[in-house]
Write a protein that binds this ligand. Structure first.
Ligand code: SAM
Length: 360
């Protein structure tokens, strides 16, 4: 960690930026290769042949251009110390390599569920948690094995998401940090208390904690197995606490937090639930507090990615996604009482933020 700090401090910014960008391109190439190889494994193991439209090569070219733009932006943020180089620290290679065969094997079960359109396929381990979670949640989002309710799902989830987004998922998550740092005057987070709703396995939590090392973060998710992974991952950090609970019914007092944020949550919620999560976030925020989210782009954000927005819920079980794309998040934030609404698109995602007014 000390060495990374020295590097970040002493290497001239343009050189550092290019080195980071090159590293991120290489990382993306690894996940893109896995992304492109999965249909081959799927064909070999199940006989399912994925078909591509004639527009596909051009659409891919366009998407890759935007992905590269996002990685460049991420490299700029790191080289300018908006967040530290440490965010790029890779997991041990053996861990990465041993997980990949499990992902291929799990891909077969996912493919089977997709063919049969089977989205309520749970074993006893997952069913044990049903009484803790709302009805809409008791499904195999993405057709993934165990939904969000097993240890195996929690162990594979991040890698699967990174493959899906060809190595861009982490950089998309980090889109949130720049507006958050700006809101808090580039502080280290001294005296601040954040709430992360739907933190999952804590991937973004780690990035936010590295950017605001002195902040306290309450890390929350509906899934106990996912939260357990988050707790293990983040054990090196102090000033973190973990709460299993529903973002639409927060167990916290009014005006407790300086920031409330989430990542990749809203596209998985029914509209009414989206409204409740935002309204609860507004309630627990202090006046002047920061509300932020990273999630998928929506219909009006990027016309050229309409094909991706309509294909995603077909390939992956995402029953609320279409409605999500039709109801702009900035409008929902405005209706909930936030002001200073801002948004910025990066590849297939966007960050939307708002501030709770000082007086109602
Ligand atoms: C797509 S995952 C995103 C996880 C994580 N934020 C990330 O960046 O990888 C969606 C997460 O939302 C959580 N979730 C869904 N509905 C929720 C709710 N009502 N309250 C809290 N968490 C919820 C799920 O358990 C899951 O961890």
């Amino acid at each position: 960690m000390k060495l990374l700090k020295q590097i970040q401090k002493n290497i001239p910014k343009p050189i550092l930026e290019n080195a980071i960008f090159s590293y991120e391109l290489a990382r993306t190439a690894t996940f893109l290769t896995q992304n492109l190889s999965l249909p081959i494994f799927e064909y070999l193991l199940t006989g399912q042949n994925k078909t591509f439209t004639k527009e596909f090569p051009e659409q891919m070219q366009r998407a890759l251009k935007d992905l590269v733009k996002l990685l460049r932006k991420d490299a700029i943020h790191i080289s300018r110390d908006v967040y530290p180089l440490e965010v790029l620290k890779p997991e041990p290679l053996t861990q990465f390599l041993t997980r990949y065969p499990q992902i291929i094997a799990d891909g077969v079960s996912i493919s089977q569920r997709r063919i049969e359109r089977k989205a309520h396929d749970f074993d006893q381990e997952a069913r044990e948690y049903f009484r803790e979670v709302p009805d809409y949640y008791q499904r195999n989002f993405h057709y993934q094995t165990g939904g969000y309710l097993t240890e195996k799902s929690a162990a594979l989830y991040e890698h699967q998401v990174e493959i899906l987004f060809a190595g861009a998922a982490d950089a998309m998550r980090r889109l949130l940090i720049a507006p958050m740092k700006k809101h808090f005057d580039y502080s280290q987070g001294e005296g601040l208390h954040f709430l992360e709703v739907a933190a999952g396995t804590g991937r973004l939590t780690r990035f936010v904690k590295l950017a605001f090392p002195k902040a306290r973060i309450t890390v929350m998710d509906l899934s106990s197995p996912y939260l357990k992974v988050a707790q293990n991952r983040l054990s090196e950090f102090s000033r973190l606490n973990f709460v299993q609970g529903d973002g639409a019914d927060l167990p916290f007092k009014t005006e407790k937090f300086d920031a409330v944020y989430s990542c990749f949550l809203f596209h998985e919620l029914p509209l009414e639930e989206r409204r409740k999560v935002i309204s609860e976030g507004h309630r627990v925020l202090k006046p002047g507090g920061f509300y932020g989210l990273v999630d998928s782009i929506q219909n009006e954000d990027r016309k050229e990615f309409e094909w991706a927005l309509s294909q995603f819920p077909v390939d992956f079980h995402e029953p609320f996604f279409k409605n999500y794309t039709q109801n702009p998040m900035d409008g929902l934030l405005l209706n909930a009482g936030f002001h200073k609404i801002d948004q910025e698109v990066g590849f297939l995602s966007k960050v939307v933020s708002g501030v709770k007014p000082l007086s109602a």
